[in-house]
Write a protein of this length. Structure first.
Length: 312
């Protein structure tokens, strides 16, 4: 009897080892769901409100934003790396769990970069396909202050998620050519449909299917220099989770009417992201963290099974 209970416990453990994954995403352990109030312009984010936001730094100075998509992967903009290829990778670092740039606290984790996977079809002029996956040299330990965001599976998924609130976040400047913000800022924005964004008096046909516009027509809520690479994140009320819907890419200066921020549209890069993540060091890591326990479990079950058969 006791032996059979032991077999059951091992089987339960095996099932959980085989099915558990890093599926938990887009949730904020330290902050409640977004309220119904509208935010015009930026304000300081509550601490821990955006646990997937990172600061990508060169020689300890903030360079670009980024978004944690897995314990080894950070999504950012290609233009954050494209002109900096000559700078040694070792001078870059990724800082998570950060709120005040000048005062990283106990919650902060710092990682170096092992690989930068820029989108093969990045166009430096348009700038189409402005997405890059940064792979870390060692994984982040997820905590209340450090969490991965969810990513839409495809364009249809983006559509059916029926987002109620979208926010942009970053340490970028308050106005074009301004100084960085020392404290993480947030602003609520609206997604703007491509047709509107491509009107002659807006971006005049410049916006591709791989881009998404967000902001307010008045320009009162916008991203700016230093926010690049960071997330445009939207809340799904149905799922009670946040998704990274865009990567801060460009705009005609900052905060101008009918010139909203333009973001790389993540739903168009879901397959690219999957391929980039699997054909990498993270694949080896996942193999270690998931396959080995599964194999050990299988071996143990086999052993126990043989033992049970022998007892009968
Ligand atoms: C930039 O230069 C930048 N207003 C980022 C976002 C926007 C403009 C410029 C959008 O990093």
């Amino acid at each position: 009897m006791e032996f059979k209970a032991g077999v059951l416990v091992v089987m339960a453990l095996c099932v959980s080892a085989l099915t558990s994954s890093e599926d938990s995403c887009g949730q904020r352990p330290l902050v409640a769901s977004p309220g119904m109030s509208r935010i015009v312009g930026g304000r300081e984010a509550p601490e821990g409100a955006w646990p997937w936001q990172v600061s990508i730094q060169i020689q300890s100075r903030h360079h670009c934003g980024g978004t944690i998509v897995s314990n080894l992967g950070v999504l950012t903009a290609t233009h954050c790396f494209y002109k900096y290829l000559k700078i040694s990778r070792s001078l870059f670092r990724v800082v998570a769990g950060l709120h005040v740039l000048s005062a990283p606290g106990d919650q902060t984790q710092i990682r170096s970069i092992s690989e930068v996977k820029m989108h093969e079809d990045y166009n430096g002029v348009s700038p189409d396909n402005d997405v890059t996956l940064v792979l870390l040299s060692s994984p982040f330990d997820f905590t209340g202050h450090i969490q991965p965001v969810c990513t839409p599976h495809n364009v249809t998924h983006e559509f059916i998620l029926n987002f109620t609130h979208c926010f942009i976040t970053g340490w970028g400047s308050r106005y074009y050519r301004g100084r960085l913000n020392n404290r993480l800022q947030e602003a609520e924005v609206e997604l703007i449909d491509r047709r509107t964004c491509n009107l002659i008096t807006w971006y005049d046909g410049f916006i591709t299917e791989n881009m998404i516009c967000a902001g307010l027509e008045s320009g009162a809520s916008d991203s700016c220099q230093g926010d690049s690479g960071g997330p445009l994140q939207c809340y799904s009320e149905d799922e009670d989770r946040f998704y990274v819907v865009g990567v801060t890419s460009f705009g005609h200066m900052c905060g101008h009417p009918r010139r909203p921020g333009v973001y790389a549209r993540t739903s168009r890069f879901a397959d690219w992201l999957k391929t980039s993540q699997t054909a990498s060091a993270s694949a080896a890591h996942k193999l270690n963290t998931r396959l080995i326990p599964a194999l050990l479990c299988a071996a143990l079950m086999l052993l126990l099974n043989i033992h049970t058969v022998c007892q009968q």
